[in-house]
Design a protein around this ligand. Structure first.
Ligand SMILES: Nc1ncnc2c1ncn2[C@@H]1O[C@H](COP(=O)(O)OP(=O)(O)OP(=O)(O)O)[C@@H](O)[C@H]1O
Ligand SMILES: [Mg+2]
Length: 255
């Protein structure tokens, strides 16, 4: 990676323990701004754990302890006194299974704005259209905004959840296997969507699907047993990996 690339987050010597069990071991990784960084590696290597550190979702887990730093601007977000709701406004998250609230499509999208106290109907309406357009869902739902979100297909629900996450205009979007519960067509739609989202947001994508990492990401980090084995731009990592373990994994020899 060239030194002049701007980063959205900088992970620095991050280690994490669940009780006695170490799940992350001294991870240092830049997250380039307005790019897609894929986290790949075998099951249990710590991808979701690392992702959850970026907006402190691990805080709710008992016995979970971290060392090291994650820098956002000039702040270490792992510092105890970080304002977590402010942090999560800046760093949003999308999970594997679409999880819309059992409310209307409209109310799902404005959820975060309402929490922030936005009441102006015109501002809310504009935000709904903007977020649904950005999430490539607007043409399909513009005439049914009052419909319950749970009536949408799972691919549409996942785009709705993305719209809900981006409606409050975060800087970083964390995506934990966002397409693994979707059919191939819906997967393709979300992959195309990710490519447009990076113009405005920084994306970190956890995926089991190496073709997906190769197709959509700009940078790829390969993890194994809690360690970062290799980080490079995606073309380099997939064509000329430096580490034997990376090569073995991407050629399907293990994992
Ligand atoms: N809440 C938890 N309590 C204790 N151990 C945990 C917890 N969450 C994860 N772990 C352990 O930490 C390690 C890393 O788990 P993590 O879920 O981050 O892996 P992953 O790479 O996302 O795996 P997968 O690809 O299967 O989703 C695993 O050994 C897992 O068992
Ligand atoms: Mg996981």
């Amino acid at each position: 990676m060239t030194a002049d690339i701007e980063t959205a987050l900088t992970i620095n010597h991050l280690s994490l323990w669940y009780g006695d069990k170490q799940a992350l071991d001294d991870i240092s990784l830049p997250i380039p701004k307005h790019r897609i960084t894929a986290l790949i590696g075998p099951s249990g290597c710590g991808k979701s754990t690392l992702l959850r550190c970026c907006n402190r979702m691990n805080d709710v887990i008992d016995n979970c302890r971290t060392e090291g730093e994650i820098w956002l601007d000039r702040r270490n977000i792992l510092q105890e006194e970080s304002d977590l709701s402010a942090l999560r406004r800046r760093i949003g998250m999308v999970f594997q299974r679409p999880n819309p609230f059992p409310k209307s499509i409209y109310e799902n999208v404005v959820y975060g704005l309402r929490l922030q106290g936005v009441r102006d109907r015109r501002i809310l309406n504009e935000a709904v259209e903007r977020a649904l357009r950005a999430a490539a869902l607007w043409p399909e739902v513009k005439d049914s905004l009052r419909q319950n979100a749970l009536t949408l297909s799972s691919g549409q629900q996942q785009r709705l959840v993305i719209a809900r996450a981006i409606a409050i205009e975060p800087e970083v979007l964390l995506l934990d296997e966002p397409t693994s519960a979707l059919d191939p067509i819906s997967t393709l739609v979300i992959e195309e969507l990710m490519a447009t989202l990076k113009q405005h947001f920084t994306l970190i994508l956890v995926t089991h699907n190496m073709q997906q990492a190769a197709r959509v990401s700009d940078y790829t980090a390969f993890m194994h047993q809690g360690r970062l084995v290799e980080f490079a731009d995606t073309d380099t990592l997939f064509t000329t990996p430096k580490q034997r373990r990376t090569e073995d994994y991407i050629t399907g020899r293990f994992g």
